[in-house]
Write a protein that binds this ligand. Structure first.
Ligand code: N01
Length: 535
């Protein structure tokens, strides 16, 4: 029998076998540490395992939404499209797991129920649905968007038709042909899936509470010349991720709309609309901070929507009125065009909210008979995976309670009162406002270096100081306060979840974050406390 499967006292328990968890395993195992990864699903992949809805695709170009820790891996792997679809990303992650022999240390179908720090032994006791573990370090690689938001709508639990969720799509093929389908929500997931399912359904009723800005992906087969060029200078190319505010390569943030000729700006935006996807306004540094500059980019997109959608009333309903980028910008393949199809119907919930869901219907401005209901209602973002289980630190403090008035973390890596616990891309780090792949690698490398440093320096326990954490989150909010992000209701600040504290969670600005992280580290992990005596 595989030894690792019976191991109950590893050095490190990693929770989650997604992009972050499997690289963390690889990194720490190479340092000679004993690792167990606990994964709830029977497959690895995290986000890319759960979110299998039709049209699911990454909206960061494949050549940079990929690991960079191994030169041979990045040279060997060939992506088939500019933006990869979910099955190909999942295949890639499985390839990585096989290539580095990672599976043997992953326990599948094992869900963590409780993680409790024992102050006497300075060890984490981890309880799962299958057993118990005791480890020195506990690393949560549980993702920023992994706990779905189930809307509180009267009758939902009594719906007798087919109930689907974009964030938990069945593995087997779902046949929606000739069905009357309702979809609730118009965020990234919905915007990707609507054009796909609209091709086959009888009627598609789109229940929209807030319209979204979306940029065409102009996806296509991988351009072999581009691929060869990037592969010939991959290390240099990857460095570009660190110089752009949102961690996207190839986009300079230097120009300002406020200081540019408006015709030039419109030409540039046209160029970005055609080619840049998420980098649509990335070239202009003032879009996220200057309301006037933001309005130029926003109205450009609104005009595009009005050009694409033939019915003016529908076009108007699809035009967002808030700052562009305040909610996560979407990237689509024919989203707005779909509303020109006769079988697609937009229901504006600001005019008539959903009243109730019947056994085979959904009622808003009128009652719609449906066979299938799809929830595309988002996630309890950034904190949900950490507050939905009992994580107990010093003095019996439960993380969920500590974060009741808003999540606080130092660098998105450590939390006060929770010694030897690390989070990968936790609150207070660029995470969801960056290209997740390099941000994950940055955190994994940092955690591995930190553990290595502790071993070399005979340190047993690390935790962030309350003061450092407070100061860090003040900085996160101060930066956010200078932008349009803070004033827009979004899942970045928890406003999509009833009763969730309104606190802005991601750190805006990959280069500033990186600079600060390096400074803190080279200053002997300033703000972290080592070997605090247990009382
Ligand atoms: O979720 P969302 P998502 N009644 O929260 C609506 C990433 N992602 O799964 O805005 C009616 O964006 C809600 O309305 P409102 C990406 O970071 C990446 O689509 O709250 N409507 C909204 O329209 C993305 O941002 C890729 O008014 C209700 C929608 O549901 C993140 O995942 C692909 C409602 C939820 O949108 C989440 O995207 C896909 C209710 N009771 C996703 N409750 C990539 O390509 C909620 N809504 C990498």
């Amino acid at each position: 029998m595989d030894q690792s499967k019976t191991l109950t006292s590893p050095d490190v328990v990693i929770v989650g076998a997604g992009v972050a968890g499997i690289y963390m395993l690889h990194k720490l195992r190479n340092m000679g540490l004993k690792i167990v990864v606990l994964e709830k699903s029977d497959e690895l992949g995290g986000t890319w395992n759960w979110n299998r809805y039709p049209g699911a695709r990454c909206d960061i170009p494949s050549l940079e939404y990929s690991y960079q820790f191994d030169e041979e891996l990045q040279q060997d792997w060939n992506w088939s499209e500019k933006y990869s679809a979910q099955p190909e990303i999942l295949e890639y992650l499985n390839h990585v797991a096989d290539r580095f022999d990672l599976r043997k240390d992953i326990n599948f179908e094992e869900e963590v129920l409780e993680a409790k720090f024992n102050e006497e032994s300075s060890l984490w006791n981890i309880k799962t649905n299958k057993g118990n573990y005791e480890s020195k370090f506990c690393i949560f690689a549980t993702g920023c968007l992994s706990v779905p938001n189930k809307p509180d709508i009267e009758g939902l639990d009594k719906f007798e038709g087919q109930l689907l969720s974009t964030s938990y799509w069945p593995r087997e093929e779902v046949d929606l042909s000739d069905k009357n389908v309702a979809i609730i929500g118009t965020g990234s997931s919905s915007i990707q899936t609507i054009p796909e399912i609209a091709k086959e359904v009888q009627n598609l009723y789109v229940f929209q509470r807030t319209p979204n800005y979306s940029i065409p992906s102009n996806n296509g087969p991988m351009d072999k010349e581009v691929e060869a060029d990037i592969k010939s200078r991959y290390t240099e190319f990857r460095k570009e991720n660190w110089s752009n505010g949102f961690g996207i390569a190839g986009i300079s943030d230097e120009a300002l709309i406020a200081e540019s000729d408006i015709d030039e700006v419109n030409n540039q935006l046209e160029e970005n609309w055609k080619n840049n996807g998420l980098g649509f306004f990335g070239g202009y540094a003032d879009v996220p901070v200057d309301a006037n500059a933001n309005e130029v980019a926003a109205s450009f997109v609104r005009n595009k929507i009005k050009e694409i959608v033939k019915d003016p009333e529908t076009a108007d309903k699809l035009c967002p009125k808030y700052h562009i980028g305040g909610k996560r910008l979407c990237v689509d393949t024919g989203y707005f065009e779909t509303f020109n199809q006769e079988n697609v119907h937009l229901i504006d919930l600001t005019a008539s909210p959903i009243k109730r869901i019947g056994e085979c219907s959904i009622e808003a401005d009128q009652e719609y008979e449906i066979d299938t209901l799809i929830l595309a209602t988002g996630f309890d973002a950034m904190t949900g995976a950490l507050t939905s289980l009992d994580i107990v630190g010093r003095n019996g403090i439960v993380l969920r309670d500590q974060w009741e008035k808003g999540a606080k973390s130092y660098l998105g890596l450590g939390v006060s009162n929770f010694p030897n616990l690390f989070t990968i891309t936790g609150p207070g780090s660029p995470s969801v406002l960056s290209n997740m792949m390099p941000s994950i690698e940055q955190h994994v490398n940092w955690i591995a270096d930190c553990i290595g440093w502790m071993i070399d320096n005979n340190k047993n326990v690390i935790e962030s100081s309350i003061a450092a954490e407070e100061e860090w989150m003040e900085l996160v909010n101060e930066i956010a306060g200078m932008t349009i992000f803070k004033s827009t209701e979004s899942w970045y600040n928890g406003s999509n979840i009833a009763d969730k504290a309104n606190a802005f969670l991601p750190f805006i600005g990959v280069p500033v974050y990186t600079e600060k992280l390096e400074e803190i580290t080279s200053n002997n992990y300033q703000g972290f406390i080592f070997d605090l005596s247990n009382k």
